[in-house]
Ligand binder design. Structure first.
Ligand code: NDP
Length: 339
């Protein structure tokens, strides 16, 4: 069983050499007498920014726990059930949820495993648009921001797993949508593939406040926050009265020893802005609503989804680390096996 191991806790930017790929022998059978246990063959693994926090020694309460140095990483993935003593799963079932960064995972009482019912879409989508990032986009945009037709929406890290869906949901809602991303290729995708009204490369904007004023002369109603730092500060200056900010993540801060300060928070008071943090995993009850909205839209071509795939567990460490330099174009997926 090939596994991706965290070698040690990480400080600063992670490197692929912080992880290693090892092989261990394993019986491909649920051990005799084990209850509620599944043996999974992992097909697709999801690289997610929150995993960076888990590579550090977390000594304060956080919404996730640290990985164990010397043990395989774990996270979201798509898998096939090879053997099961769990009443809800049988051999041959497909599911998405928490699994190990390895070829095969033996999991007792799975924490989160959702059976895949619709297989007429790419299975890898269950690491993205039909999985956790999909719920994130749906909850953050629809539940936290309560969008209205005609409103002005700004999305940062807009070409990524979450951002590309947020932009398309906003277009379906009849909003004006602008996205920021870190390369020309990504900006082109936003405008030509995902239908954003406008997009810009934040790395080429010396003055983010001026860039936002260019695209939002009358201000921003909704900001979907993925990056934090200087972008958040510039956005706060450009929010409209009673604007809403979905605090989804702040990837620009994850590798800093000292997070940057936010200088313009007083704008929240004067403009009566509502900023609300949320965590996707609190909202899995809304999963059927996501499927209801997104599955037909994918099939009709009204929503598209771009993935960046690497083949093989050996490539998983570099793919994960690449999220923090913007190497991924679209949802970063690791293909372990295709069936
Ligand atoms: P992405 O697919 O967007 O990948 C990460 C992207 O972030 C990179 O491609 C890069 O794009 C951008 N990025 C990296 N470093 C920086 C930086 N210093 N400044 C600005 N942009 C940077 O990831 P996801 O869509 O999976 O996640 C997006 C955000 O949503 C993250 O903050 C994540 O933590 C958060 N999240 C929150 C969840 C929740 O439950 N609250 C659940 C899932 C995700 P670029 O080239 O554009 O710089």
């Amino acid at each position: 069983n090939k596994q991706v191991i965290l070698k040690h806790y990480v400080t600063g930017f992670p490197k692929d050499s912080d992880m290693s790929v090892v092989t261990k022998t394993m019986k491909l059978k649920v051990p005799e007498g084990s209850k509620d246990t599944v043996l999974l063959k992992n097909l697709y693994l999801s690289c997610d920014p929150y995993m960076r926090g888990r590579m550090s020694k977390l000594d304060r309460p956080y919404f996730v726990t640290s990985f164990e140095p010397g043990s395989p990483l774990n996270g979201y993935g798509v898998a096939k059930v090879l053997d099961s003593t769990h009443p809800n799963y049988k051999k041959g079932d497909l599911a998405w949820g928490y699994t190990g960064w390895e070829e095969y995972s033996l999991i007792a009482s799975p924490l989160l495993l959702i059976k895949i019912e619709h297989t007429d879409v790419p299975l890898s989508y269950y690491t993205g648009i039909l999985g956790m990032p999909g719920i994130t986009a749906y909850v953050g945009f629809h539940e936290v921001c309560s969008p209205k037709k005609g409103e002005s929406v700004f999305v940062s890290a807009a070409s990524g797993a979450v951002g590309q869906l947020v932009g398309q949901l906003a277009k379906l809602e009849g909003c004006y949508v602008v996205g920021s991303a870190g390369s020309k290729e990504k900006v082109d995708l936003l405008k030509k593939k995902f239908g954003f009204d406008e997009a810009f490369n934040y790395k080429e904007e010396p003055d983010l406040d001026a860039a936002l004023k260019r695209y939002f002369p009358e201000g921003i109603d909704i900001y979907f926050e993925n990056v934090g730092g200087k972008m958040l500060d510039a956005v706060l200056l450009n929010m409209k009265l009673r604007g809403r900010i979905a605090m989804c993540g702040m990837i620009s801060q994850y590798n800093l020893e000292q997070p940057e300060g936010v200088h313009n928070l007083m704008q929240v008071v004067g403009k009566r802005i509502r900023m609300e943090g949320f965590i996707a995993s609190d909202h899995y009850d809304l999963y059927p609503k996501l499927l209801e909205l997104v599955l037909p839209a994918i099939k009709q071509g009204k929503i598209v989804y771009v993935e960046d795939t690497v083949e093989g567990l050996e490539k998983a460490p570099a793919a994960l680390v690449g999220l923090f330099t913007g190497q991924n174009v679209g949802k970063q997926v690791v293909v372990v096996a295709r069936e």
